[in-house]
Ligand binder design. Structure first.
Ligand code: ADP
Ligand code: MG
Length: 677
């Protein structure tokens, strides 16, 4: 069976169905088979309507009096109907599913599964899913519910799958069965796994099927990483010799002593740079741990060997700040630093100086990536906040060298800690340096959850006092303009101007002109602004050590990692800092916020985030959304370990990648997506 044949050739799928499916992005049999159920309904345990109790229920009956009501809010519909069995009747409602009104045949019996609850003033069955009772397979009452797609209703997929049911046995394998770890994965071939998720008899079938897919996905991902590493080791880079004397000279000029963690990370990196195989190292350091200076020392080693280095940052604000601090640090050692952002003046001149090699260290944003930016001899690329960049952008940067025989060394930096459990398993082969220590003299940030109603009494006096002591405040809002569910930057700034008439208050957001943003950020860094009301544009990297209060409005709207990043904008100097998480009304704060209140350890929080949010999303954000694990949960370390062991053995035999065609194709795709390997 050819999985990649067009769906129009599949038995039971006519031209009309083909057209509908194609519109929804389903082109091949493979696409269709991997269109997995969103959830399952257990129709086995129907309750008599007279016996209904609030909660999730299944009932069996006929439905009548169907009607669609439009509400005053435009485009919002409520569909209602009355379901009856021989014991009684109950009202059913669906929101924004007007098609439900036409879906049912008054004379047929259906099974309905939904939540029976008190809402809108009465008990009713809310958004039940349904299936024609006589359509239910006799072998199983446990039915998949497919996600609706485009205009296709979920039950349409049940029908299509039923048509295909007898062909499942012919589905070829993706992974050779010998790489599937028998102990971990109970199902050993794809046909069985697909059958188990599309036609399960119970929860256990679904679990086994999903475990198989998770294993498939992990195996591919890990194999791709291993092959990448192998390929990387064949490439050549310029060896950048380490000079102890020169490095010591710069370190001696620093206004502080390096932390131990900084020393160790720097040493790892400077040694990597001496090698002729390209470095590919991730520097992980919690917010404020001092990654920039480590990057500076690496850049200096490249530059003192007569080569160039580039530092890519995700925002102009951050690039500008990096350029300034690197210039201050390295200019005394003869290094020419250039700043290239979208709004840089004299870009042509700047680019000429980059291609002639007069500029040694280019700091910039995406503007560096334009085709007309060429380097004379680029030997080191540094990417700050690497998760903000796509893989394509990273690759573009690596290809900027005019000398095509060698590729630059790559140092990526992130303040989003990868949970230890993930690192050990999926990134087992990645070269990582960790700054797990904050510079001496830092006091832990004190974090408080505060209901909005307490601001006046509990926060304003504190803000007033802090500013009177010469320190500064960030005030973060979710939105720029007014909206119903969150206070805007502009409104908040106005409000604060009334509360603190003597203070300098400015606002900042992503839609302002670059020059304007630079001006305001510069003024804030120079201490000319007391309170900076801002969107999350200040989230990444920005460093103003004199700011000691971070207020985050509508804190429930952000993820754990993002809140930790925002909080990291304070506590960057030796003064005690505070972070206030403001929540609306008197709702109980979420677990997320409570964890944040408890801990400032980014690694601990990353583990918690993994627990609370699920790992797909974390890995997804690391990869800029390019890589979405559909099924695998990266928390399943045992499964990962098993897949990793098998992938290691598989990668050793180069013939394997020729023999297993479909697998090889997937691996190629993954290899392009993950440069973290
Ligand atoms: P991040 O890791 O978040 O990028 P930065 O590199 O911006 O952190 O450093 C944060 C602040 O800490 C900067 O003001 C920097 O000068 C300072 N810093 C870095 N290393 C040390 C150190 N070893 N001791 C004291 N301050 C340091
Ligand atoms: Mg930084």
């Amino acid at each position: 069976m050819d999985l990649f044949q067009s769906i129009e050739n599949v038995k039971g799928i006519g031209p009309k169905t083909t057209e509908i499916l194609q519109k929804a992005g389903i082109f091949t049999l493979h696409d269709l088979l991997y269109y997995l159920p969103r959830t399952y309904e257990n129709y086995q345990s129907a309750t008599k309507i007279a016996d209904l109790r609030p909660g999730k229920v299944v009932i069996r009956g006929k439905i009548k009096e169907l009607a669609v009501n439009r509400t005053r809010r435009r485009n919002f519909t409520i569909t209602e109907g009355i379901i009856s069995d021989n014991s009684g009747s109950v009202r059913a409602v669906w929101f924004n599913q007007p098609y439900r009104a036409k879906q049912f045949d008054k004379n047929k019996e259906y099974c309905f599964s939904g939540v029976y609850d008190f809402s809108y003033g009465r008990y009713q069955l809310v958004s039940p899913s349904s299936v024609v009772a006589s359509d239910m397979p006799t072998s199983s009452n446990f039915l998949p519910v497919y996600p609706a797609k485009y205009t296709i209703k979920p039950h349409f997929f049940n029908k299509i799958m039923q048509n295909l049911r007898t062909s499942f046995a012919a589905i070829p394998d993706l992974l050779p069965s010998e790489v599937v770890d028998e102990k971990m994965v109970k199902i050993r071939n794809r046909a069985e796994a697909l059958f188990a998720v599309h036609f399960p008899e119970n929860e256990a079938d679904v679990d086994r099927g999903r475990t198989y897919f998770a294993y498939e996905e992990l195996f591919e991902l890990i194999l791709a990483a291993k092959l990448n590493k192998k390929e990387n080791s064949k490439l050549k880079s310029a060896s950048l010799p380490f000079s102890a004397a020169k490095t010591r000279e710069i370190v001696a000029k620093l206004p502080f002593k390096l932390t131990n963690a900084q020393r160790i990370a720097t040493w790892d990196i400077l040694q990597d740079l001496e090698k002729t195989t390209p470095m590919n190292r991730l520097l992980q350091g919690d917010v404020g741990s001092g990654k920039t200076v480590v990057a500076a020392l690496a850049a200096y080693q490249a530059i003192s060997s007569g080569k160039q280095a580039a530092l890519l940052a995700p925002t102009a604000i951050l690039a500008t700040q990096h350029a300034e601090s690197l210039d201050t640090l390295l200019r005394p050692f003869g290094v020419h630093v250039g700043l290239l952002t979208g709004s840089s003046k004299y870009k042509d001149v700047l680019k000429r100086h980059i291609s002639s090699g007069e500029i040694d260290l280019v700091v910039g944003t995406h503007a560096i990536l334009t085709d007309d930016t060429r380097f004379h001899d680029l030997a080191l690329c540094i990417i700050d906040e690497q998760h903000r960049f796509g893989v394509a952008q990273r690759q573009k940067l690596l290809l900027k060298n005019s000398n095509t025989d060698t590729v630059p060394h790559l140092l990526t930096m992130t303040a989003t800690p990868i949970p230890r459990s993930l690192q050990l398993s999926i990134f087992g082969d990645l070269d990582v340096s960790i700054l797990n220590e904050l510079p001496k003299g830092r006091q832990p940030i004190e974090t408080k959850i505060m209901p909005e109603v307490n601001l006046r009494e509990d926060l304003y006096p504190k803000v007033k006092q802090t500013i009177a002591e010469g320190q500064q405040v960030y005030w973060i809002c979710k939105v720029i303009e007014d909206s119903d569910d969150a206070i805007s930057v502009k409104k908040q700034a106005k409000k604060l101007e009334k509360v603190f008439p003597d203070m300098e208050i400015s606002f900042l957001h992503g839609r302002m002109k670059p020059a304007e943003k630079d001006q305001i950020m510069g003024d804030f860094a120079a201490g000319k602004i007391d309170i900076l009301v801002s969107t999350t544009v200040v989230e990444v990297g920005v460093n103003v050590p004199n700011a000691t209060i971070m207020v985050i409005m509508n804190a429930e709207n952000y993820g754990l990692a993002q809140l930790h990043q925002l909080r990291g904008r304070v506590g960057r100097g030796d003064k005690k800092s505070y972070c206030y998480l403001i929540v609306d009304g008197d709702k109980n704060p979420s677990r997320r916020l409570r964890e944040l209140e408890k801990s400032t350890d980014g690694f601990y929080l990353a583990e918690k985030d993994l627990e609370l949010r699920g790992p797909g999303e974390i890995y997804g954000s690391l990869q800029h959304g390019a890589l979405n694990l559909k099924i695998a949960t990266l928390a399943d370390t045992k499964l990962i370990a098993a897949a990793s062991k098998q992938a290691e053995a598989f990668a050793k035999n180069t013939e394997n990648m020729v023999k297993y065609e479909e697998l090889a194709k997937n691996i190629k795709k993954y290899q392009q997506l993950t440069t973290l390997n």
